[in-house]
Write a protein of this length. Structure first.
Length: 309
């Protein structure tokens, strides 16, 4: 039986791995389908303390993994198919095999929310992207019209960032006012290179036949009028979806699927702790995820100590 199983190898999971490994708990760390987590889709990370020149996202995650392994963390490529928290020890099904664990730290992260269009899926990485900071500087986007979808802080941040590269940035939002914080909204709307398109949704990404983005079909949801906008890139910034589907019904979550924390990193299931983006829709930063991973490791360690008293 495992003392600690950590689900996820993003900032939260690998920090939890480091701390539990240093506490001699010999953690088993499961990568899931995206080893290294969301940060591996970023180029330079400039806001992780300790790297004044910035650091490549993938390199940062490889370093975190190495550091955890140095103290005995066992990283295993594996996906959790199912969980049973109804008995002790808890049982995970990992690629079809049962794994028993005294404590579990869920650090399964979050993914980008998609529009859900067929054409969007077909043109992903061919002009459709979910991260302006990762992809905005690609030559295909330089001096071209670009489209951002969304009305939150992320969409505003992405649109503003993209004005460095695009000739014009259309910001398409399904309502007539931004959800973003006032300062971000003002900065965005005052930028002469950003053209808001209100009350509108993208209904199709063009052009699947050419295998690259050449434009978007946009529908005004109030007038039902459809227009075509030429663009070389579609940047979707409509929020995130926590990777918590396999825990549905097994652990308390909010209505958006974020796992709820009772205090610190505790969940409603004794011995199951949570850290990072799968339980945080507010901060969603590498450093806050790492901090939560540390907290979860300490909570798991104390929980195990309390069992042996
Ligand atoms: P968000 O605040 O949830 O905004 C998502 C936006 O996408 C909303 O405007 C929403 O429209 C729109 N949307 C959602 N589903 C859609 C769909 N299917 N089709 C079209 N539009 C859709 O997400 P976020 O912008 O990623 O921000 C998440 C959190 O991170 C927030 O707390 C934010 O403050 C924070 N954040 C902060 C910063 C910063 O301070 N620098 C930067 C980025 C993010 P509606 O408005 O109609 O719901």
């Amino acid at each position: 039986m495992e003392k600690v199983v950590i689900i996820g190898t993003g900032c939260a999971g690998l920090t939890a791995a480091l701390y539990t490994a240093r506490a001699n708990l010999n953690p088993l760390v499961l990568t899931g389908v995206s080893p290294g987590g969301l940060l591996t889709t970023t180029s330079i990370v400039e806001n992780f303390p300790g790297f004044p020149e910035g650091i490549d996202g993938t390199e940062l995650m490889m370093r975190m993994q190495k550091q955890a392994e140095r103290f005995g963390a066992r990283i295993k490529f594996g996906t959790v198919d199912a969980v049973d928290f109804s008995k002790k020890p808890h049982v995970l099904t990992v690629d079809g095999e049962p794994v028993e664990a005294e404590t579990i730290i869920i650090a399964s992260g979050a993914g980008h929310r998609h529009l859900g269009l067929d054409s969007e899926a077909k043109l992903e990485r061919k002009g459709v992207t979910y991260c302006a900071t990762c992809d905005g500087a690609f030559p295909m986007f330089r001096n071209q019209p670009l489209v951002v979808v969304g009305g939150g802080d992320s969409a505003c941040e992405e649109a503003t960032y993209l004005t460095r590269f695009g000739s014009v940035v259309y910001l398409i939002h399904r309502r007539d006012s931004l959800r973003a914080s006032q300062i971000m909204a003002e900065r965005t709307l005052n930028n002469p290179k950003i053209k808001p398109i209100w009350d509108s949704v993208v209904t199709e990404v063009l052009d699947v036949a050419q295998d690259k983005v050449t434009g978007v079909r946009v529908k005004n949801i109030k007038t039902c009028e459809e227009t075509l906008i030429d663009c070389a890139g579609l940047f979707v910034a409509i929020g995130h979806v926590p990777n918590t589907q396999i825990f549905a019904g097994k652990i308390d979550m909010d209505e958006n699927g974020y796992i709820t924390r009772k205090g610190g990193s505790e969940t409603n299931v004794p011995g199951v702790f949570v850290a990072g983006d799968c339980s945080d829709h507010v901060y969603r930063q590498a450093i806050t995820a790492a901090g939560m991973g540390c907290a979860a490791a300490i909570d798991a360690e104390r929980y195990l100590a309390s069992l042996n008293q």
